[in-house]
Design a protein around this ligand. Structure first.
Ligand code: TMP
Length: 253
């Protein structure tokens, strides 16, 4: 049987046609990029680790009733997901200042924020994913006020869940990014968590040592990214076998 048709090629993931209408196969690559792909490398095992970690987090969200795109994991690198229309926003939640917020505001990385902050970037590589105020989102009709309220509430539920899970294994959730998709059930539109939740899209610091266990290890050349992600998977009890030698894509039936 021929391989399924690729319908989207991303920096860290590809999407293929799914076995049934309304589904897609999400393939996790070993590619790591930073600074809008200015920095690029291939990191053995990253795809398999993110696949399994995203499965773990999305399944947890399903358990607590937070709708998301995940259906099931197919193999070491692929998962079956619900197809949805991605809202062109990166939804970022911050519990502690870090990264671009620290830079923009001059607040030291690791400073606890008085409450979680939700912010939005416009997903556009050519523009470098600029931060956008809620006013823009509504005025430019990317989302209605109601949608935005729902997106913020989803993001905060993900934050509570992820903060708790991570705290349980001695990790502080500094911040994270999610993407939101629209699915239609008849005339009714629902917003669901999409894309991935993994150490690629979160900042995770060891509570005791402050050691970084996320993509900043790659962005800032702090050591082995595979070791960092493996440590997260190990603590969560989802460490797969030999992730560096995970099989390449297979046909899904
Ligand atoms: P930032 O501090 O660089 O704005 O990043 C905020 C969070 O979003 C952090 O957890 C990393 C994540 N992130 C992505 O998932 N993709 C991106 O392209 C960027 C810039 C950040």
């Amino acid at each position: 049987m021929a391989r399924r048709k690729k319908i989207y090629e991303g920096k860290a993931k590809d999407l293929f046609e799914g076995p049934e209408p309304g589904t897609l196969v999400q393939y996790f690559k070993d590619d790591a990029t930073a600074f809008n792909a200015e920095k690029h490398d291939t990191i053995d095992g990253k795809g398999a680790l993110n696949n399994i970690l995203s499965e773990y987090f999305m399944n947890g969200l399903t358990q607590i009733g937070v709708p998301n795109h995940f259906i099931k994991r197919l193999n070491m690198r692929e998962q079956l997901i619900r197809s949805c229309e991605i809202v062109p926003l990166e939804v970022i939640v911050r519990n502690y200042a870090a990264g671009s917020m620290s830079k923009r505001m001059g607040i030291e990385e690791g400073t606890q924020l008085p409450r979680p902050i939700v912010e939005f970037s416009y997903k556009d590589d050519a523009l470098g994913d600029p931060l956008v105020p809620e006013e823009y989102i509504i005025a430019l009709n990317w989302a209605s006020q109601q949608d935005l309220d729902d997106i913020i509430s989803l993001a905060l539920r993900v934050n509570d869940f992820m903060s708790g899970v991570m705290y349980g294994v001695g990790i502080k959730l500094i911040d994270f990014k999610i993407e939101i998709g629209r699915v239609w059930e008849g005339d009714f539109m629902r917003l669901i968590v999409a894309d991935e939740i993994s150490p690629d899209s979160c900042r995770l610091w060891d509570i005791k040592t402050g050691e970084k266990l996320d993509k900043d290890v790659f962005r800032r050349d702090l050591g082995s990214l595979t070791d960092a992600y493996t440590e997260v998977a190990r603590r969560l009890g989802v460490l797969p076998g030999n992730v560096a030698n995970a099989p390449k894509p297979t046909i899904v039936h």
